[in-house]
Ligand binder design. Structure first.
Ligand code: ATP
Length: 361
């Protein structure tokens, strides 16, 4: 009997459904080759379009469906012209992060041969590192809680020992997995601003405690400003970088820039029990409904879902399929047979997905 995994699917807004559809087709295509596991998909409503229609952005039944699932696959959400009465955008992805305590935002930055990169990569080097953005506290802890008076506004940054310990443990575990798969250097860098803020000195102290438990790994520190510089000057020297929420938010867009844009940037938000896999980009309403969206970030996020399920359940077949799917996307990019407009081509979303599928056979 194959092991069944229930995948909660959120199709999202704007280009969301357009990139989710081919992603699920590719996941189904992978499944037809094996026999060890089967993915069962169930769609749940949420997002800005749903809010506009019903007044609910994340219904309780959708939240419960996500809670019960083995993994959550989420497409781009939110629309600039659909807002809550207080003016903020509809973002169920942030609600899920809070609800499930998804503390580790994993943002791989990988540039494969043939993939556009604004930098000139030296011979023999490659860009392949991962940013881990703490995703439940830091400066974002203050979201919706800031104090504003006539002449002053205050937002509070929060770092807790409990979350930081989990975050750093996760970072070293990821460095271990990367090294085992031949991709990582066994290095973890804590990115902070410990020279200025006490909260970051505390963050760094907890990092050092965790580092001491991993003698076989290189543990380094870097200030966030220097990290921004080095991401442009020598990104090939990086492996696993772990940082606070706001710093990670900013650096991960810089990482997406290194990969040729948001259409190439996948992500995972991981907690103790649940994990959400979604592209870094938004719902791109400017190109929605035209078949112009690049589905690569969504497909690569689905590959990360297979990695996570494979490691969690120690299933080699699932891990292998994650690698197959990622390799197929990169083959499609390198082959330059059907690039979407954001990558300088003229292919549609489905054309690109078809080429990815052709590399799975
Ligand atoms: P959010 O705040 O929700 O993250 P945003 O306002 O930053 O969203 P996006 O929706 O991510 O913006 O879009 C930014 C730009 O990138 C737009 O011009 C959009 O068309 C483009 N873009 C985003 N995702 C893709 C994609 N998958 N394929 C092609 N272009 C994309």
């Amino acid at each position: 009997m194959p092991r069944g995994f229930n995948i909660a699917v959120f199709e999202g807004d704007g280009i969301g459904p357009e990139i989710m559809k081919p992603t699920i087709e590719l996941l189904k295509q992978l499944g037809t080759n094996g026999g060890d596991y089967v993915l069962n998909f169930e769609s749940f409503p949420a997002g800005a379009t749903h809010y506009a229609e019903t007044g609910e952005s994340l219904p309780q039944s959708s939240l419960q469906g996500a809670r019960n699932a083995d993994a959550i696959l989420l497409s781009a959400m939110g629309l600039p012209n659909v807002r809550y009465p207080d003016g903020t955008e509809i973002s169920p992805q942030i609600d899920l992060r809070k609800e499930f305590g998804l503390f580790a935002g994993v943002r791989p930055v990988t540039v494969y041969p043939g993939q556009y990169c604004p930098l000139k990569i030296p011979e023999g080097q490659s860009i392949d590192f991962v940013l881990i953005r703490e995703s439940t506290e830091g400066l974002f802890w203050s979201q919706g809680k800031g104090e504003i008076s006539e002449n002053e506004a205050r937002e509070t940054l929060v770092i807790t020992r409990e979350t930081s310990e989990k975050l750093f443990r996760f970072a070293f575990e990821l460095a271990k997995q990367r090294r085992a798969s031949g991709r990582g250097k066994g290095k973890v860098t804590c990115v902070d601003k410990a020279n200025v803020f006490r909260a970051f000195a505390f963050f760094r102290k907890i990092f050092n405690e965790e580092a001491a438990r991993h003698p076989g790994f290189t543990a380094e520190h870097a200030y966030v400003d220097a990290t921004a510089l080095w991401m442009v000057q020598k990104p090939w020297s990086m492996d696993v970088m772990v940082t606070e929420n706001m710093f990670g938010d900013i650096l991960s867009d810089l990482g997406a820039g290194l990969m040729g844009g948001l259409g190439m940037a996948p992500s995972a938000d991981v907690g103790d029990n649940q994990a959400v896999f979604q592209p870094c980009h938004g719902s791109a309403p400017d190109i929605a409904g035209q078949g112009l969206a690049n589905p690569a970030a969504m497909i690569l996020s689905a590959a990360m879902m297979l990695d996570w399920l494979g490691h969690k359940h120690e299933m080699e077949a699932v891990l292998k399929d994650g690698e197959r799917l990622r390799a197929a996307v990169h083959a499609a990019i390198s082959g330059r047979r059907a690039l979407t407009r954001d990558l300088g081509g003229t292919a549609t979303t489905d054309d690109f997905a078809k080429v990815v599928g052709s590399y799975l056979n």
